[in-house]
Design a protein around this ligand. Sequence first.
Ligand SMILES: Cc1cc2nc3c(=O)[nH]c(=O)nc-3n(C[C@H](O)[C@H](O)[C@H](O)COP(=O)(O)O)c2cc1C
Length: 179
Amino acid sequence: MARILIIYGSTDGHTARVAEKIGAHLRGLGHAVTLYQGDRIPSGTDINAFDAYIVGGSVHYGKFQSYVGAFIRTHLKALKSKPSAFFAVSGASSSGAQGRIEAETFSTPFLAQLNWAPARIEQIAGAFPFTRYAFWKRWMMQYIVRRAGGEAHARKDYAYTDWERVERFALEFAASIAR
Ligand SMILES: Cc1cc2nc3c(=O)[nH]c(=O)nc-3n(C[C@H](O)[C@H](O)[C@H](O)COP(=O)(O)O)c2cc1C
């Protein structure tokens, strides 16, 4: 049994769901999982007290949440000294293997400038909850999604996440800790 810390960034809530799912799979394997949104880590949390780390964030205008970067920068030593992985949630990843390659153009420079090279980096397709966006955000996201060839009805929410992929990522991470 390992103590695993999951830290995630989420602007519209979907990456929170992905992180929770990863946590649930790890708990199902008997691990003790602690999960926080990166800007809501309780003060006094001893980051070094964990055996392994998973950090994730979502892409908005090509960038991850700045607090995710701040967490990585602050705790780089711990992340480098124990098993760790990164997952990136994006719209780009919803376009299959080619989309995941495109999504790497966000995560690769982000992690490189933080000088962090986790053993595992997973690209996960995100969601477009149009009904929950405010007017201008919805209008703009519809424009962007349609321009990329996607469907974008204002009264529909779209979720492209491959939950089996999320499960595989969690199980493979657990297996890498056990080795
Ligand atoms: C304002 C906005 C900008 C976005 N920009 C990008 C982008 O540059 N590239 C991309 O692949 N996906 C982009 N997305 C898609 C998000 O990554 C996707 O909606 C993801 O599920 C958001 O996760 P969250 O709900 O945890 O914030 C954008 C979404 C929004 C709402």
